[in-house]
Design a protein around this ligand. Sequence first.
Ligand code: HEM
Length: 141
Amino acid sequence: MSPVFTPPINPQQIVSPSRAIYETMGEENITRMIEDFYAELEQSSIREMFPRDMKFSAQKSAAFFVGLLGGPPLYHQRYGNPMMRARHLPLPINRAARDEWLACFERVLQHATERYQFPPEHLEGFREFLSGFSLWMMNRD
Ligand code: HEM
């Protein structure tokens, strides 16, 4: 009966994706992948959580993923410490919202090797990361 929500994952279990991914994809492919992900979010049931114009959101996320996947720490340089869980706390992210977010990403990953040169040997690790990290973003039942 605690009023404090506990995310269903211990963040120490989350394994960061391989930093070799950036070497293959580069900033341009990562940015296009995230723009396509935001196009999926735009059609999704969690659309209303985002600002009306999602272009800036997509650019911020692309900056984050460039650093995460092994490139320069663009998000940190432009916007400061990522502190992703804290930044998501004002958003009402329950299990259904998290599942929808992940389903949008999965649709993009289906074609990621052909469209964005995502190295296929690192897809499974990236999916694992997204699954775990999105559980960590949950902040309510
Ligand atoms: C679990 C479900 C998630 C939902 C529903 C969600 C939703 C959102 C929303 C609504 C924003 C605000 C956009 C804006 O105001 O511009 C945002 C920002 C962001 N999200 Fe998520 N997110 C989720 C998970 C994640 C995960 C797992 C990651 C990374 C792996 C991530 C990375 C980001 C980044 C980098 C930003 C930009 C933060 C900023 O405003 O500076 N999100 N997210």
